[in-house]
Design a protein around this ligand. Structure first.
Ligand code: SAM
Length: 273
């Protein structure tokens, strides 16, 4: 029997429109629960969200921004988070690349996590992979000095592509002694990771660190984010991609969780979906 997606989340409605986020900025999204300066951690493609939730529990003073392109996943996570007492998580339904480019400012992020991104194994689909030079260089510009980007993959071909892209980024340096590690002690396991390990697949973990700005020539730093994506194609509040509605049930999350539904319509515009 197929399970129906539940849209009803009782409680106060914490969803925000794209324009209000642009106005308040990332710090405004976390106020008043967390005060600036934020120790900001961004997970892109959180899917079932167990990794994001574990990190948020372990570090209640840090700010966790979960970005996921799937509306269903965001909604499910919003419902799960609403049942916890966590105050340090915000979810955005959007394309990760759009969020990095348009919502995050220069030198604002301490950690980026991308766990087991879709490998797009067919050669003709390689352009759809999220890890590309432009995206990595944009993440590097958003990192604080010493901040890290952590990427994991179970796919050997994608891992070699990731290795090439990360090692070619001049704003980053490898934090490991090898191109990647097959296991990182103390690292939380995602659902995908547990499944791949059970199958005996070789895994690849990358960790690259942002070089201090003082060590670079001025021309190597990218300009700060303009945070200027027009909200013209934003879905009306409550409207779903398929034309349905979130209904009148007020939402999503007590205790400060903000679930920004509708951003992907504004920010994506490329074929990765
Ligand atoms: C293979 S799953 C990995 C899930 C999870 N990170 C894990 O390790 O268990 C990839 C996830 O990334 C999401 N995703 C794919 N492209 C994305 C994008 N451009 N921006 C944000 N999320 C994306 C998918 O919807 C999916 O939930």
């Amino acid at each position: 029997m197929s399970r129906r997606l539940r849209y009803d989340i009782p409680g106060e409605d914490w969803r925000r429109s794209h324009s209000s986020i642009v106005e308040s900025g990332i710090e405004g999204m976390f106020a008043p629960e967390l005060e600036p300066p934020l120790s900001l951690v961004v997970e892109i493609g959180f899917c079932r969200g167990e990794f994001l939730m574990d990190m948020a529990r372990r570090h209640p003073k840090r700010a966790f921004l979960g970005v996921e392109i799937s509306f269903k996943r965001v909604l499910k996570m919003a419902r799960r988070f609403a049942l916890t007492d966590l105050e340090n998580v915000r979810l955005v339904e959007a394309d990760g690349e759009g969020v990095v480019a348009s919502l995050l400012g220069d030198a604002t992020v301490e950690e980026f996590w991308i766990n087991f991104p879709d490998p797009w194994p067919k050669a003709r689909h390689a352009g759809r992979r999220i890890v590309q030079s432009r995206f990595v260089s944009q993440m590097a510009s958003r990192l604080v000095d010493g901040g890290v980007v952590q990427i994991a993959s179970d796919d050997a071909i994608y891992a070699s592509h990731i290795d090439e892209i990360l090692s070619g980024e001049p704003l980053l340096r490898n934090a490991f002694d090898a191109p990647f590690l097959p296991r990182v002690p103390g690292r939380l396991e995602t659902d995908y990771e547990s499944a791949w390990r059970a199958e005996g697949r070789p895994l690849h973990f990358f960790c690259y660190e942002r070089l201090p700005r003082s060590s670079l020539e001025p021309s190597r730093t990218l300009p700060a984010s303009g945070v200027a994506v027009p909200p013209a194609r934003l879905r009306p509040r409550g409207a779903l991609a398929g034309g349905g509605s979130l209904g009148t049930a007020q939402t999503v999350c007590p205790r400060g969780l903000v679930c920004c539904l509708g951003l992907s319509r504004v920010l994506s515009g490329h074929p990765r979906v």
